[in-house]
Design a binder for this molecule. Structure first.
Ligand SMILES: Nc1ncnc2c1ncn2[C@@H]1O[C@H](COP(=O)(O)OP(=O)(O)O)[C@@H](O)[C@H]1O
Ligand SMILES: [Mg+2]
Length: 222
């Protein structure tokens, strides 16, 4: 469960908050879409939930813990356990293989053999069994994004944040990612996904619309 109470987000260089007085309850297992033009605050909203902003006012309650009240270190640890993010640009590390990229988030924390077997299961789940030893530059965009999803899932997060995950993909690869998201959703994970694609947005049970003019007024109220 995610509960946002009286959230205001201000960037140090800006005078007014770009997200203002947001109150929202996202139930466990929900799939929520975020839509709205570039600059309307979607990425900032996702960063509130992944604890990446230091200038958030209000309560960001995830599974009964207010992460905005935690020290930076404790917040990082909490997020690492419960929340993963997938990005438009995939963000794989070029010097590592598919298997290694997927293993990375757990390397400092768990036994390597166990991580490796979990990573291999995820590679099978995302349909890349034939690409285990490949490097990112040897993969198509769609394949790279599937690696990024496997990497996001290796920590078994309850919340998956997706920031325009199909923005760089053709419709065929978009549909593969949508099918993958459907499987992830069936497993009970909460999905919060920003997109410009109406077909992707409609997969969410709730659609939150961000309006650019509100940002300029200094008030996105959901
Ligand atoms: N680090 C930052 N410092 C200052 N302003 C920022 C920063 N990040 C985003 N913004 C501004 O906040 C607004 C919302 O941006 P963002 O959340 O990235 O929107 P979206 O993801 O919908 O494109 C924009 O006006 C953007 O320029
Ligand atoms: Mg964005």
């Amino acid at each position: 469960m995610i509960l946002l109470k009286n959230i205001n987000v201000t960037y140090p260089s800006l005078e007014k908050p770009i997200l203002k007085n947001i109150n929202l309850h996202i139930k466990t297992g929900e799939w929520v879409s975020l839509v709205g033009p570039s600059g309307s605050g979607k990425t900032s909203f996702l960063k509130v939930i992944s604890g990446k902003l230091d200038t958030v006012e209000g309560n960001v309650i995830i599974h009964e813990t207010d992460i905005n009240g935690l020290s930076a270190h404790k917040r990082h640890e909490f997020i690492r356990r419960h929340v993963s993010t997938v990005y438009q640009q995939f963000r794989l590390l070029p010097q590592f293989s598919v298997l290694e990229n997927i293993m990375l988030p757990l390397i400092p924390h768990e036994n390597k053999k166990r991580i490796q077997s979990r990573a291999r299961e995820l590679i099978d789940e995302v349909g890349l069994t034939h690409r285990v030893t490949h490097f990112p530059h040897q993969l198509s965009g769609g394949e790279q994004q599937r690696v990024a999803f496997a990497r996001a899932l290796i920590t078994d997060p309850s919340i998956l944040l997706c920031d325009e995950p199909t923005g760089n993909l053709d419709t065929n690869n978009r549909d593969i990612i949508l099918e993958l998201l459907t499987q992830i959703h069936k497993k009970g994970k909460t999905i919060i996904l920003a997109t410009h694609d109406e077909i992707v947005a409609k997969k969410g049970k709730n659609i939150l619309t961000f309006h650019e003019e509100d940002v300029h007024k200094g008030e996105v109220v959901l």
